[in-house]
Design a protein around this ligand. Structure first.
Ligand code: ATP
Ligand code: MG
Length: 716
């Protein structure tokens, strides 16, 4: 008999109610997308407080993002009123761990006012250590070490816990040494990095029984959303805390595990019943978010995965439209098409905040940004910088600005020592003095100063050779296209090499962005035209209250929902990503497929998938194959359109030739061919072999072809 509960669970279905009302003992809510897991968890939190089972401060509730925490706080607030203010333990793993660590910092040798350093600081520290130990940073980049350390921390490993294999992961067996040097250094600085927040807390809970007991007493209830994406250290930490009272409720969906690259382990959800014997497993099957067509398309796709628990989903919503698959000619047409579609939705009364474009990789946002600015459509980029604001793009633009306009001191300052040339703040200071005295720009001062003794020989010579480079590039700009100029500059300045040397996923992403920048420049005849375009784009920050289309990565869209979702770039090499294909393992392809499932299930009413027949790479049109995921969508729930003749039926035949989808993959595997210098190889160059059918069309003829589309719509 739960009178106060009735108001809270009134709108919920019966398994959801069960999840809310089963307050004691371990509960695992395992259910597909949009089935109301987060909604049930929120109601449960409110119920625990309303029924006085716990004070707000006695509930530990973990969400995946700060934004999700804010939303939950808001919703719970609507149910329980101001009591929600007293909920210090509702947040992400990191924010909760940071709060705990403040209270016990001294147990790991820190003071309570410790600082949390960001990745830039982390890299700087590691670089110093690498230098101090006389290691060649070019050969063993700090970023690589940072990657190893993050991975170890995600797995709950302290320096002493590393095995020989892990130790080998950096500088031929120096992993452990550097990891422990780094930890010592942090301690002296009274600092810790992100990964430390959880690792320190785990160490404390493991080594100090009284602290563990204190928290086990405090947290009467533990709840976790998006449990499928917890990593090892988070899992160990949770298990320690919850194993006292056993009142833990986790919710998740094995099909939406998309963070294994950050150490998340879907196995955590699978072993929950073993860790907490007698756990009640609740399955939700009714989806409240999407139309049956969208749901069926997503379910059909994910059923191609072998490693899954499997579940059924149904919905009472009206059938709605099938998932649209639109084959278009090329990237620019993709952006035009989506822009047109969104304007049409707007005319039909849709609000822009209910429209999202979800991309696989950050670089894909550029084409949409350019187009939307052109047609005056408001957009916002979530979970990332707008394309032209990213560091590597700003660096590249700074080079181009100095070439176009040697008096651009700001641009000069940005890149005079990027990549590292051994020019420090002192050299710049001297240069400034000289420039001011003579009333000339920095770039000119860098030339003049060579004839003086104002600088030591080393920096003087560096400036000389740098300015020689700039003079050469300026000449080159008269004969080659702006895009080719950019590629040359990035290669010759050493910028590309520096990124390559990092050998990290992040650096690879930056290279992709640079390749995308070059692609954007293909459309401009002169460098001046392009730079003008960029300054207009950068200036276009619309006021915040306006309705905006959301552009974000599929990863960032987890847990969210939109009426209308556009999914561009469903082509082999874009999605699934080239990296996943290259790795070739089932695991990485299945993770990409889960990502596809997450993406489609964000849509409430309409979902539109696009794939382009051609992408322009290095000024060459290269044909692309539609994503295998498109072919895996159940025919009866999709509607295909193509602005090209024959295209759609052709490729579908090609994929379905092979009974085993992976056999087909192996045969259609793209062999990567390098079209330019090594710097650009990893970025985005892909050609498909054995059919590297390069479409020999110029921009103009491609555009005219696209202008008279032949529509062949086929509905399953
Ligand atoms: P995801 O796996 O994507 O995180 P989820 O399982 O957490 O999804 P929710 O976001 O909680 O699903 O719910 C999806 C949508 O369904 C929301 O708009 C929510 O308000 C609505 N919803 C949830 N439960 C019910 C219900 N019992 N009746 C009506 N609508 C519901
Ligand atoms: Mg959710």
């Amino acid at each position: 008999f739960e009178e106060p509960a009735e108001a809270l669970v009134g709108g919920l279905n019966s398994p959801q109610r069960e999840a809310v009302l089963t307050t004691e003992g371990p509960v695992l809510m395992l259910a597909g997308a949009g089935t109301g897991k987060t909604a049930a968890l929120t109601a449960r939190l409110a119920h625990l407080v309303r029924s006085r089972r716990a004070w707000p401060s006695e509930i530990l509730c973990v969400t995946f993002t700060n934004r999700a925490a804010r939303e939950m706080r808001e919703r719970v607030g609507q149910m329980i009123g101001p009591a929600v203010e007293g909920m210090p333990w509702l947040g992400t793993f990191h924010s909760i761990a940071a709060k705990m660590l403040r209270r016990h910092a001294e147990l790991v040798g820190l003071q309570p006012n410790y600082t949390i350093i960001d990745t830039d600081d982390q890299l700087r520290l590691l670089k110093q250590l690498i230098q101090a130990e006389g290691l060649d940073e070019k050969r063993w980049p700090a970023r690589q070490l940072a990657g190893c350390i993050d991975r170890w921390k995600n797995r709950g490993l302290n320096p002493a816990d590393l095995d020989a294999g892990e130790n080998e992961a950096y500088a031929n067996g120096k992993g452990q040494k550097f990891y422990s040097l780094y930890q010592d250094r942090l301690k002296t600085l009274n600092a810790c990095d992100f990964g430390d927040l959880l690792l320190h807390m785990l160490n404390i809970l493991r080594q100090h029984r009284e602290v563990l007991e204190q928290y086990r007493q405090r947290f009467k209830y533990v709840m976790v959303d998006e449990y499928q994406d917890t990593n090892q250290v988070q899992y160990l930490w949770l298990r320690l805390l919850a194993q006292g009272r056993q009142n833990i409720c986790v919710v998740g969906d094995d099909d939406q595990s998309i963070y294994s690259w950050r150490g998340a382990e879907v196995a955590n959800i699978l072993r929950f019943e073993k860790d907490f014997p007698g756990a009640k497993v609740i399955r939700l099957e009714q989806n409240y978010r999407s139309t049956p067509q969208i749901l069926a398309a997503a379910s059909g796709l994910i059923s191609e995965n072998s490693e899954r628990l499997g579940k059924t989903l149904w919905t009472e919503r009206h059938a709605g439209d099938p998932v649209r698959i639109i084959g278009i000619w090329d990237g620019p047409e993709e952006a035009r098409r989506i822009g047109d579609e969104i304007e049409r939705l707007e005319r039909e009364g849709a609000t822009l905040s209910q429209v999202a474009i979800l991309v696989r990789a950050q670089y894909q946002t550029r084409e949409f940004e350019d187009r939307f600015i052109q047609i005056g459509l408001n957009y916002r980029i979530v979970g990332g910088f707008r394309f032209y604001e990213r560091a590597e793009i700003r660096d590249a633009l700074a080079y181009l600005r100095v070439i176009a306009q040697p008096a651009d001191d700001l641009a000069f300052e940005r890149i005079y020592n990027t990549p590292k040339r051994g020019l420090g703040a002192k050299a710049l200071e001297k240069l400034h003095l000289h420039a001011r005295r003579r009333g000339i720009p920095l770039a000119s001062a860098a030339i003049e100063i060579a004839d003086t003794d104002e600088l030591p020989a080393r920096p003087r010579n560096t400036f000389v050779s740098m300015m020689r480079d700039f003079a050469r590039w300026r000449d080159l700009g008269n004969t080659v296209s702006p895009a080719d100029l950019l590629r040359t500059v990035m290669d010759e300045s050493g910028y590309t090499d520096a990124l390559q040397a990092e050998r990290t996923a992040e650096a690879a992403g930056r290279l992709e962005n640079l390749a995308e920048l070059a692609r954007a420049m293909e459309e401009y005849e002169t460098l001046g035209d392009f730079l003008e375009h960029v300054s207009l784009v950068m200036d276009n920050e619309a006021a915040d209250e306006t309705e905006k289309v959301t552009i974000m990565t599929m990863h960032a869209a987890k847990g969210l929902e939109f009426d209308h979702v556009f999914l561009p770039g469903w082509e082999e090499g874009v999605f699934p990503s080239q990296r996943a294909i290259d790795e070739g393992g089932l695991a990485s392809l299945e993770e990409e497929r889960r990502l596809a499932y997450v993406a489609i299930t964000r849509a409430r009413r309409r979902c539109t998938i696009l794939h382009a027949a051609n992408r322009r790479i290095y000024g060459q049109w290269t044909s692309s194959i539609p994503s295998r995921f498109v072919a895996e969508l159940p025919q009866e729930h999709i509607a295909q359109e193509s602005t090209m003749s024959g295209g759609a039926s052709l490729w579908r035949a090609q994929w379905s030739e092979h009974a085993d989808p992976f056999a087909g993959v192996a045969r259609a595997q793209p062999a990567r061919t390098v079209t330019r210098g090594p710097g650009w190889q990893r970025a985005a160059s892909k050609e498909y072999s054995p059919a590297p059918r390069r479409v020999a069309e110029s921009t103009r003829s491609a555009a005219s072809f696209a202008a008279k589309p032949r529509s062949d719509v086929s509905t399953g």
